[in-house]
Each structure stands twice: as structure tokens, then as C-alpha cells.
Design a protein around this ligand. Structure first.
Ligand code: SF4
Ligand code: SF4
Length: 278
């Protein structure tokens, strides 16, 4: 197992990353390339090319032994380094061990119910997460995973993570295979299988779909809610698309009309799924 994981951001207390107050940990690196990603710089890991270093206006970046080091205390968050990175990445990350992260999490006790790991795609670090969640549980806290569901959670290598996690929040970008590939660069077969599997073992905390004008939104909402009909208590977040942070070439994407969203909510409710309008 890799002893460290690359962390993009830690939000000590978040009310929007799962139920209750949680420490949210965002991992760097993703196996999707979603057109509407709000943090596209989290997709690829930095390759230490050094290109961004001279562009930092306050000297917060240094190249030491072939690696770019970021000084958070000097950084003024201008994001110039992200804008100039030819690789679409960011130097603003840290390598954390499980124990380093536990120290950060423990600072937030007793104000949090637990942690949520997100990204990027946090399940790429599945062994690291398993170890982290076991330690989190020993403190009486819960662990949730925010995932794109591309790695099969039924596979033997993921068994430990599924056991250690209290629940999963799963994005289902589209139930239409072709559309899913267009949106993310990857097929949706495993994502759908993971949704049903997690629901069947009582670990599907929440599903989400981002609603974009022109997408097959009705097909997605109808099919996923029918598939999950046998499993009550699942929450479905229907999220209106907002263009914050997206790459310039995708700024033209729009959310659907309020009336269309109401119709989609009704379909989900008719199929017995609780809806949260976001
Ligand atoms: S975001 Fe921080 S590290 Fe990046 S260029 Fe600006 S000051 Fe430098
Ligand atoms: S963040 Fe980008 S530009 Fe800076 S060192 Fe890493 S890959 Fe190179």
C-alpha cells in the first residue's frame, strides 16, 4: 500500500458533504474527466515539471529535489499556478499519511459527526481509506465516501473499504451509456452495478445527478429510481447545473428549467425515492 495520499483540500467542518457536521477531505486525482467538473485541477496529479514555479507572484512555490513544494502560509490563492499549468493540475497539494490526517480530524472533535472523503476520486486510494476509516471508527466517528463509482465495489480488493465505510454517496451522471461516456469519458456499467450493490447491503447513503439542458435527464431519473425502487430510504439529490469553476470550453452548458425539474422530482417520488432539490 502507498503510505501517503495526495490531498488537495481539507474542510475542517462542512455541512454539505453528507449528513451533519463533517470533516471533508478531497483527494487529488480522478479516473473520470467530467465536462462539468467544478475543480478540474483535481483530475490529474502534478508531474513536477516546474513550469508554474516562476509564475507565483509571492514565492510560495519552490522546486526542491525535482519536486514542487507549496508553502500554504505564503500563498495568496491567486490560482495563477493552476491557470498556467500545461498539465491541467495544481501544485497546491500535500502528501498525508493516515496518521497525519487523523491529527487533522482529531482537531475537529467534538464538533463533527464524522468524515467524508471526496475528490478527485478518493476510492483510487482504497487501501489508504480502509486504514483511515478503521482509525476514524475507533474515535466513535462515521466515514462516508463520495465516489463516481467507477471501481467495482464488489471486487475482492474493495471488500475492506466497503466494510470499513459507513456509507457511500454516488454520482450517477447518466443512465444512458453513450451520454455517460460523452460526459465523463467512461462507461456507466460499473457505476450502476455499484448503486444496486450498495443499496442491497444498506450502504447507499445518497445518489446524485447533475441536470444539464439537452441531457437525457428523464431517462436517467426514470431508470435509476425504478432500479432502486426495492430499496427504501435512499435519497436522490437532483442538482441544477451551475457553471462555477468549470473549464472555459464548458461554460455554455445550462441547467434545465424549473418546470422540467419539478417533473423529474415527481417521477422519482412516484418510484418511492426521496428527493432533495439542490
Ligand atoms: S495560488 Fe498560491 S501558489 Fe499558486 S501562484 Fe498564487 S500565490 Fe502562488
Ligand atoms: S502544477 Fe502543473 S505546472 Fe506546476 S509543476 Fe505540477 S504539472 Fe508542472
Amino acid at each position: 500500500m502507498c503510505k501517503t495520499a495526495t490531498i488537495n483540500k481539507i474542510i475542517p467542518m462542512s455541512l454539505v458533504d453528507g449528513p451533519g457536521n463533517r470533516t471533508a477531505i478531497f483527494f487529488q486525482g480522478c479516473n473520470f474527466n467530467c465536462s462539468y467538473c467544478h475543480n478540474p485541477e483535481t483530475i490529474k496529479k502534478c508531474i513536477n515539471c516546474g513550469e508554474c514555479v516562476s509564475h507565483c507572484p509571492v514565492g510560495a512555490l519552490k522546486m526542491i529535489d525535482g519536486k514542487v513544494l507549496w508553502d500554504e502560509n505564503k500563498c495568496i490563492d491567486c490560482d495563477t499556478c493552476i491557470k498556467v499549468c500545461p498539465h491541467g493540475s495544481t501544485p497546491k497539494t500535500y502528501e498525508y499519511t493516515v496518521d497525519d490526517l487523523m491529527e487533522k480530524i482529531e482537531e475537529n472533535i467534538p464538533f463533527i459527526e464524522g468524515i467524508t472523503t471526496s475528490g478527485g476520486e478518493c476510492t483510487l486510494n482504497f487501501e489508504f481509506l480502509e486504514k483511515l476509516f478503521i482509525k476514524v471508527k475507533s474515535l466513535g466517528l462515521t466515514s462516508l465516501v463520495d465516489t463516481n463509482g467507477f471501481i467495482s465495489l464488489k471486487s475482492p480488493m474493495m471488500e475492506g473499504l466497503v466494510k470499513a465505510a459507513d456509507g457511500f454517496m454516488l454520482d450517477i451522471k447518466s443512465m444512458n451509456e453513450e451520454e455517460h461516456i460523452n460526459l465523463t469519458g467512461r462507461p456507466n456499467k460499473t457505476v450502476i452495478e455499484n448503486a444496486v450493490y450498495l443499496a442491497s447491503i444498506g450502504k447507499l447513503q445518497e445518489i446524485r445527478t447533475v441536470l444539464i439542458e439537452g441531457n437525457k435527464n428523464r431517462e436517467t431519473v426514470e431508470n435509476i429510481t425504478k432500479l432502486l425502487q426495492p430499496y427504501p430510504n435512499i435519497t436522490y439529490k437532483l442538482i441544477s447545473y451551475r457553471p462555477f469553476g468549470v473549464r472555459e470550453e464548458f461554460l455554455q452548458l445550462k441547467s434545465i428549467e424549473k418546470k422540467q425539474k419539478e417533473e423529474l422530482k415527481e417521477i422519482a417520488i412516484m418510484n418511492g425515492i426521496k428527493v432533495i432539490d439542490c
